[in-house]
Design a protein around this ligand. Structure first.
Ligand code: FCB
Length: 438
């Protein structure tokens, strides 16, 4: 039998357990005056998303949130990670929709009455289409508009939030979406990518300044990390993996903690950054109160012909999830200890996402083993001195998995997308048992 999930008592006192969600992936956008976002546009464009599915209905969390929060409370969770849909709060990118703010107000109160600490992410990718029309993250003005949005949300619900993250996964916002073309807006354009790589950090910095000015505390950001393994010891492959590591794992954290971009990434991106970018580094480099770490997998990289970054991925040998991602818990330990050593020292860190997609509807013992292995990896990092204070499973519910549509199931709880019925899986029960207070 697989290793069981380590019980709560084996973690430091006060360690928080929770599950993560994101607005566009669970809420549904048909109700409450939500406006169109660039994800609606992306999904409506043939070839971008499996079966061209979108987030219009998703899990209907907009109406069913009480049931979803009950599921978390019944699993003895301590916290709930959610995001605010920018297009719900500001449907045309400018005007505030009071119904949108009312929804998040109810949702946060719903967490508090159930004893769940609200972990807010301001931006988990639902850019209003009206701002996409103006260039989205290629346009520097979007940064100031994001700071406005951050202020509007914080004025309404900030008094009840345990921790606020500005942005979820800037690598996905910038690189995956503007260079690799896999997420909205679906661009494959290095100049657009250079701008987005910088502007998303400037947006973070400007929002941090704005929220600090309002007296808001517990401010951070959620970054994703993906171990870059060289395909061989050949110098060209080592250099390819180092370039990948710089773009993915170092660009954002080094900008925030050192006020500088890594040389291996600047080599290719410098010509495509907005003019005068150096002058923004002071705004970007601001103390965080905490860091969120999302971790799923590793990738193997080899040198490839062609223009910078001149790398290609090589298929790895490890068992894979339904996403095709190798299962590699050691990578989580690697990043938690590396971040403490090289970047954030003793800053509180939360694993804000970790999980696996799996086709099995209810008997998902593979998922239980995955969670157990990644919690053990977290414990090893803590033993090595990393100040990890919580762990959020991605995700509570099967949901809209972006370009994969509804096909890839990450949930502890099964969702029937015809009836929207929720059914806890075996992994949900295993986690609930490990988290029970005794
Ligand atoms: C992360 C995203 C999250 C979810 C998981 C599987 O990159 O933050 O929304 O899609 O991957």
């Amino acid at each position: 039998m697989a290793d069981p999930i380590p019980p709560r008592a084996t973690f430091p006192p006060g360690f928080l357990f929770g599950a993560a969600t994101a607005a566009y992936q669970v809420e549904g956008t048909r109700f409450g005056g939500c406006g169109p976002s660039h994800w609606d546009t992306f999904a409506a464009t043939p070839g971008n998303v499996v079966r061209a599915e979108d987030g219009a209905t998703a899990c209907d969390h907009y109406h069913r949130w009480p049931e979803d929060l009950d599921l978390a409370a019944r699993a003895h969770m301590d916290a709930w990670r959610f995001s605010t849909n920018w297009s719900r709060v500001m449907p045309d990118g400018m005007t505030v929709n009071p119904e949108g703010l009312d929804f998040y107000d109810r949702l946060v109160d719903g967490m508090l009455v159930r004893g769940l600490k609200p972990f807010l992410t301001l931006y988990h990718w639902d850019l209003p289409a009206a701002l996409a029309d103006l260039g989205g993250w290629r346009n520097r003005d979007t940064c100031a508009r994001f700071a406005d949005f951050a202020e509007i949300v914080t004025r309404r619900i900030g008094d009840r939030i345990a921790a606020t993250a500005t942005i979820n996964e800037p690598w996905c916002v910038a690189w995956l979406s503007h260079f690799l073309g896999a997420h909205a807006p679906g661009l494959r354009d290095i100049r657009a990518a250079g701008r987005a790589m910088h502007h998303i950090l400037l947006a973070h910095g400007m929002a941090m300044e704005r929220l600090r000015g309002l007296g808001q505390r517990d401010l951070g950001i959620v970054l994703n990390f993906d171990r870059a393994v060289p395909a061989s010891d050949a110098p060209a492959d080592l250099a390819a993996a180092a370039r990948q590591d710089a773009i993915f794992n170092r660009w954002f954290i080094e900008a925030i903690t050192k006020g500088a971009y890594p040389t291996e990434a600047l080599e290719g991106l410098a010509p495509h950054l907005p003019q005068g970018w150096q002058n923004d580094m002071a705004v970007i480099r601001q103390p965080l109160d905490w860091l969120g770490v999302n971790y799923y997998t590793r990738h193997i990289h080899a040198a490839a012909p062609g223009p910078w970054p001149a790398t290609r991925e090589v298929e790895g040998p490890l068992p894979k999830t339904q996403m095709g991602w190798e299962i590699h818990p050691e990578g989580l330990e690697h990043f938690l200890t590396r971040l403490a050593r090289d970047h954030v020292g003793n800053l509180p860190v939360y694993v804000t996402e970790n999980g696996m997609a799996l086709a099995e509807p209810l008997d998902d013992s593979t998922r239980t083993a995955f969670v157990a292995a990644h919690l053990h990896a977290t414990q090893r990092a803590i033993a090595a001195g990393a100040n990890v204070q919580g762990f959020f499973y991605w995700s509570m519910l099967d949901n809209y998995e972006w370009a994969e549509g509804y096909e890839k199931r990450f949930g502890l709880v099964h969702v029937d997308f015809e009836t929207l019925a929720r059914t806890p899986k075996a992994s949900y029960h295993a986690l609930a048992q490990a988290l029970a207070h005794n």
